[in-house]
Design a protein around this ligand. Structure first.
Ligand code: NAD
Length: 369
């Protein structure tokens, strides 16, 4: 059965990095006996320009049918003054909502060749491979009431509401445990059960899901503030970290930045599994459309190529192929190839296409060995 991938290149460097990723995808088709069907569809600013909306219904419908969506980036100064419902970012929010993408996955992987570029000591980050699983559609960003009122004395009072249900916690916990089974089989659950009732419920529900469904995975609990500290003290103690929307927002940025440039960082967002085991999934580099370098052949394609590796691992169950992509990236970095954003003294500076050329050559060599 061929896997169907919908490509939504979007704006700025989005089309450039998606084009390079398509070359990698083509390599897997030709060399690893992987059957993919791909189709491209407009989203974001380009969709607004051509169709008058950043969220065309045809694109959303295609995304719902695809096995995975590979998303480039959207946005740019050209559209900054548009009303919110016409802004390019609307396209991404709509996809997240309509596909029910409640789990956000952000890996922090340290390539050996870049360990000296980290702000932490090389021995702390060398070999780092952790995954943050963040709940994406609940919690304090969405809870009601969410309002600002004016008090009798003229002061203002603003309220956000942190709210979680058993169901919301159970489904994100399941995603984390299932992913841990594909990795190091360890999950750390981060909350603030010492001061928040949502934290107490979070801990109870995660514990229950673990005991009933995932006894083969090791579970630990950590307070979210301690987790933030541990991530800079000894990040390698973690395999998978599962946490809520707010703490996940902070911890995933912290973990990702342990290891390098924004041009290197992939992400995935997953929905619930249906009765046939099918799961909506969107893979994307965490960077934006980088209007300052768009159209110049300077963008680092690695974040998007590693997003494809995540699709191989999490949507298509091709763990060895995902590792092959990661090893190829590791190898070209070790050989000294660098795009401008990760350039270091003494290394070979290359553009977008030349970086992909090097990755394809590394794939050839790894596949033969
Ligand atoms: P950005 O991530 O686009 O760029 C930040 C900086 O990082 C820039 O200097 C850029 O040149 C550099 N950079 C980013 N990706 C790179 C890559 N692959 N290779 C080399 N350098 C890279 O963030 P921004 O400048 O704040 O936002 C620009 C536009 O992108 C805005 O319209 C914003 O709304 C949008 N945006 C979209 C997404 C998305 O589509 N998911 C995410 C963030 C921002």
């Amino acid at each position: 059965m061929a896997h169907s991938i919908l490509l939504t290149p979007g704006d700025g460097i989005g089309p450039e990095v998606i084009e390079e990723t398509q070359r990698v995808l083509g390599w897997f088709r030709a060399n690893r006996n992987l059957a993919f069907t791909t189709e491209s569809a407009p989203i974001g600013g380009i969709a607004y320009e051509t169709l008058g909306t950043p969220e065309p219904v045809e694109t959303i419908a295609k995304a719902m049918k695809a096995d995975a969506v590979l998303f480039g980036a959207v946005g740019g100064p050209k559209w900054d003054s548009l009303p919110f419902e016409k802004k390019p970012e609307r396209g991404l929010l709509r996809l997240r909502k309509d596909l029910g993408l409640f789990a956000n996955l952000r890996p922090a992987l340290c390539f050996d060749a870049l360990k000296d570029a980290s702000t932490l000591k090389p021995e702390i980050v060398s070999g780092l491979d952790i995954l943050i699983v963040r709940e994406l559609t609940g919690g304090v960003y969405f809870g009601e009431p969410k309002e600002t009122t004016t008090l009798a004395d003229g002061q203002k009072r603003a309220v956000d509401t942190q709210v979680y249900t058993t169901h919301e916690i159970e489904r994100i916990a399941r995603v984390a445990f299932e992913l841990a089974r594909l990795r190091g089989k360890r999950v750390a659950s981060a909350e603030k059960s010492n001061v928040m009732v949502t934290g107490v419920l979070w801990r109870q529900v995660v514990t229950a899901v673990h005991a009933k469904e995932f006894p083969d995975v090791q579970l630990s609990h950590v307070l979210a503030d301690n987790c933030a500290m541990q991530l800079v003290r000894n990040p390698k103690q973690y395999d998978v970290i599962v946490t809520d929307n707010l703490f996940g927002d902070v911890l995933s940025d912290e973990a990702a930045q342990l290891t390098g440039s924004i041009g290197m960082l992939p992400s995935a967002s997953l929905g619930a599994k249906d009765a046939n085991g099918r799961q909506a999934a969107l893979y994307e580099p965490i960077h934006g459309s980088a209007p300052d370098i768009a159209g110049q052949g300077l963008a680092n394609p690695i974040a998007c190529i590693l997003s494809f590796a995540m699709a191989l691992r999490y949507s298509f169950g091709r763990i060895e192929d995902a590792k092959l992509v990661e090893s190829a990236v590791d190898r070209v970095l070790a050989e000294g190839f660098r795009t401008a954003d990760i350039m270091q003294p003494g290394m070979t500076r290359v553009g977008t296409a030349a970086m992909t050329d090097a990755i394809l050559k590394a794939l050839d060599r790894l596949n033969q060995s």
